[in-house]
Each structure stands twice: as structure tokens, then as C-alpha cells.
Ligand binder design. Structure first.
Ligand code: ARG
Length: 470
């Protein structure tokens, strides 16, 4: 089963080896099937490296022109799908270098001067991650825009607010929608912060220790648009913190989608009926003709398992790895690519679901308009008139208990109570309780109007700081 290097093409290390790689080795270790997505970044990194070699006098103008021309051709072939991969192409870096050498002749063989795939792959993946995190942030902001639009249109509509999934106090629908919006605002912040921390060039670290040749790490970093340059070559080639951070930020963003999804599964149930999904954002049943299912909301919930799994997988891979590069690090890519893709798809689908759904505002209000919804307001009405809160709580609790025991409607018991009376009983009227909470960040109309302003300002500022083009 020992491979024949000649038949399968030359490896990058053919000089040291008498024979070629076995089929089993290639099958188990290749990364080309998934690292092809790094092609554009690999080529960008190679261009910057070539220009650095020119500055260091390691490549003359003609050689650089030949290699850059070959990189252009390879880029075009990769983009158009005409790039012919060889069986010996174990990863995208090998494939590009092989093609450049075919095209540029002897000059192509100088491309890898002073460079290792270890600093190369770290460079590629940082470039890819920078762009991906910016694109995900774009989508998060777009979903926030959808929530804001629905919140603005919701006006004074209100629904029960819950704790323990038990009705607690009514809140404006706008307030509820913006609660998700603020969680997403933190995601944007984390995405951009993770992106900024990962914005460091590892190019020039070589295999692990730098080079005896006159490389230009600062120059190549600037060329590639990195904000900073590595300080330690061992760290540069073994650091995957930026992938772990990205996976955490994506997992948490996915968890926010999951929580919204869980809620919309409940809201769209017949029993609750707060929302009806647009046909384009719901599915039917293959057997039950009457069904309309909230599959987007369910998968927003369901995909979270793999997002958490992807983060866990990388953390476990990194744990205990000695410095510097180890092939284990190749396992960084599939979790990252998967989490970026799944969160991106989920954000777009949830946005469509949110933008097109129909809220049943009457049902929300009717569900919120229970006498008990005003219980805390009644206690606070007593507090405003000097009763200690614990006593007021007991007074109202006693009336709620008596009402539930059949002694009469809560409003009647309140009106008849000498400590409360008709003025307090008026707080129980439909639509009144939600107006009572006026403090900053609270769920009533006055507070929510101010919150909407702050949300608009925050969102506009985030939109303004989104990096363009990655
Ligand atoms: N496919 C490899 C990876 O993703 C590229 C780096 C290979 N480096 C090496 N020394 N074998 O990590």
C-alpha cells in the first residue's frame, strides 16, 4: 500500500522521502475538501509574501512578475471552477503552490521561501475569520433592524410578561421584541471585538522560529490589512484563540436565536396563538393537512447543539497541545466553517420569519388583561401612600386569595377594601397595568419610547462601525 510519489505527484517534502504517501495517509489527513474555501485568502497571503520577498531582495522583479501572474491565473481558475486539483494536493496551500510552480517555472519554486504552511494557514484562516465575523455582524444588525421595525409598528400593543413561564406583569410588545434586540447588540459587539483581537498577522513566523532570510513581517501584515504583527513566532503558528473566540461568539449568538425560536414555537401554538407565521416561513405536514409548523424557530433552537459542539470540539483539540504547530490544529477549520454557515443561515431565516409574521394583538391583550396583572400595581399604590411594601404585598395577596376562593371579583374586593377603594380598583381595568411602569428600561409606553430612541441610536452606531469588505 506504500504510495508511489511519482504516480500521485510530488509531495512538498519529496526530497527527504524515498517513497510517496500511502493512500490511507492521504485519505485520513487531507484537508482540501474543506480548506478550499481559503483559496482567495491563500492567494492574497501569497501575493503579500511575494512582495515581501522582493523587498528583501530574495526575488527579482521578473521572478515576482512571473509568480504574481501565476497567482492571478490560479485565482481565476479557482474562482471559475476550472482549477485542476491533483491527487497529491493534500490542502489548498499545496494545490496553489503546485499550480504556481507549473505556471511560473523556476520562479514559482521560490514562492515558499522563508514561509511554512504553518504561518501560511494561520494567515489564511485569520483573513477568512475577519471577513466572516464582519459578515455575520452584518446579518445580526439586519435582524435587529427587523425587530426594531416590528417594535416601532407595535405601538401600544401589549402582552403578558412572564417569569417561570407564569404570567407576571404585562409589557409592551415593543419592549419584548427589543429585549431580543439588545441581546443581539451584545453579539455585534462581541463579533467585532473578537474580530479585532484576531486581527494580527502571523506571516513571517515560518515553521515555528522565524527565518535566517530577510523577511518583512511588518510589511506583509500592512499589505494584508492586518492591524498588528505577531510578537512571538511560536505563539503565532500555534495560536487558535481567534477561532475559539469566534466559535464562542457564534454559539452565543445561536443561543439567542434559540431562545427567540423557543418562544415563537410557543407563541405560534394554538393554545397561545400570539403569532401566525407567513406561509413562506412555515412548513406543512406530509400527513396532517391542517398543520402549519414553525420549522425555522425549531431549527434556530435545534442547531444550537452543533454550535456548542463546535466550540467544545475546538477547545478539546487545543487542550494539552504542545508548542508550536501540531497537525491537530487542522481540526480548527470544519467547526469554524460550520458555525459561521449555520449562524448566517439562521440569522437570515429568523429575520424573514420575524419580518413577515402576523401578531394577534387582541389575543395578546386579552391574555394579559387578567385582574391579577395589576396585583403588583395595587401593592405599589399602597406603598405610594405610606404602607411598607411587605405589608402591602400581604394585603393584596390576601385579596387575590379570597377572589380565587370565590368571594368575588378582585376589582370588587379591592373597591370594598377600606385601605384600597375605588381609585385603586381602577388600576385593574384592561390596558391600565402596562402603563404603570415608567422607570428607565421598563415595559410601559413612556419608558419604551425612550428605549426605542436609545436602540435606534445604538443600532445606527453599530451599522456605522461595521467593517466593510471584511
Ligand atoms: N492543512 C494544514 C492545516 O490545516 C496546513 C498546515 C500543514 N502544516 C504541516 N506542517 N503539515 O493545519
Amino acid at each position: 500500500m506504500t504510495g508511489d510519489g511519482g504516480a500521485r505527484g510530488r509531495t512538498l517534502w519529496h526530497g527527504r522521502f524515498a517513497g510517496g504517501p500511502s493512500e490511507e495517509l492521504m485519505a485520513f489527513t487531507v484537508s482540501l475538501p474543506f480548506d478550499r474555501v481559503l483559496a482567495a485568502d491563500d492567494i492574497a497571503g501569497s501575493r503579500a509574501h511575494v512582495r515581501g520577498l522582493v523587498r528583501g531582495g530574495l526575488l527579482d522583479g521578473d521572478e515576482a512578475a512571473a509568480v504574481l501572474g501565476a497567482l492571478d491565473t490560479a485565482e481565476h481558475e479557482l474562482a471559475s471552477g476550472s482549477f485542476a486539483f491533483a491527487p497529491s494536493d493534500e490542502d489548498i496551500h499545496t494545490a496553489v503552490e503546485r499550480r504556481v510552480t507549473e505556471l511560473a517555472g523556476p520562479a514559482g519554486a521560490k514562492l515558499h521561501t522563508g514561509r511554512s504552511r504553518n504561518d501560511q494557514v494561520a494567515t489564511d484562516l485569520r483573513l477568512w475569520t475577519k471577513r466572516a465575523l464582519a459578515e455575520v455582524a452584518d446579518r445580526v444588525v439586519s435582524l435587529q433592524g427587523a425587530l426594531l421595525a416590528r417594535a416601532e409598528a407595535a405601538g401600544g400593543a401589549y402582552l403578558p410578561g412572564y417569569t417561570h413561564l407564569q404570567q407576571a406583569q404585562p409589557v409592551l410588545l415593543a419592549h419584548h421584541l427589543l429585549a431580543h434586540g439588545w441581546a443581539l447588540a451584545r453579539d455585534v459587539d462581541r463579533l467585532l471585538a473578537a474580530r479585532a483581537r484576531g486581527d494580527v498577522s502571523p506571516l513571517g513566523a515560518g515553521a515555528l522560529a522565524g527565518s535566517s532570510l530577510p523577511l518583512d513581517p511588518e510589511g506583509t501584515a500592512a499589505d494584508l490589512g492586518f492591524a498588528a504583527v505577531f510578537d512571538n513566532s511560536l505563539d503565532a503558528v500555534s495560536d487558535r484563540d481567534f477561532v475559539a473566540e469566534a466559535l464562542f461568539v457564534l454559539a452565543l449568538c445561536g443561543i439567542h436565536l434559540s431562545r427567540l425560536g423557543e418562544e415563537w414555537v410557543i407563541w405560534s401554538s394554538e393554545e397561545v396563538g400570539f403569532v401566525t407565521l407567513d406561509d413562506a416561513y412555515a412548513t406543512g405536514s406530509s400527513m396532517l393537512p391542517q398543520k402549519k409548523n414553525p420549522d425555522i424557530a425549531e431549527l434556530a433552537r435545534g442547531k444550537t447543539g452543533r454550535l456548542v459542539g463546535n466550540l467544545t470540539a475546538l477547545l478539546v483539540t487545543l487542550k494539552g497541545l504542545p508548542l508550536a504547530y501540531n497537525r491537530d490544529l487542522q481540526e480548527d477549520k470544519e467547526p469554524l466553517f460550520d458555525s459561521v454557515e449555520q449562524v448566517s443561515l439562521g440569522l437570515a431565516a429568523v429575520e424573514g420569519m420575524v419580518r413577515t409574521a402576523t401578531f394577534d394583538l387582541e389575543r395578546m391583550a386579552a391574555t394579559a388583561d387578567t385582574p391579577a396583572a395589576a396585583a403588583t400595581d395595587l401593592a405599589e399604590w399602597l406603598v405610594a401612600r405610606g404602607t411598607p411594601f411587605r405589608d402591602a404585598h400581604a394585603v393584596v395577596g390576601d385579596l387575590v386569595r379570597r377572589s380565587l376562593a370565590g368571594e368575588g371579583a378582585l376589582a370588587d374586593l379591592v373597591a370594598a377594601d377600606e385601605r384600597l377603594g375605588a381609585e385603586a380598583a381602577a388600576l385593574i381595568a384592561p390596558g391600565v397595568p402596562v402603563t404603570r411602569r415608567t422607570t428607565r428600561g421598563g415595559g410601559g409606553p413612556v419608558a419604551v419610547a425612550a428605549q426605542l430612541d436609545r436602540f435606534r441610536t445604538h443600532l445606527a452606531a453599530d451599522v456605522a462601525r461595521l467593517p466593510d469588505g471584511g
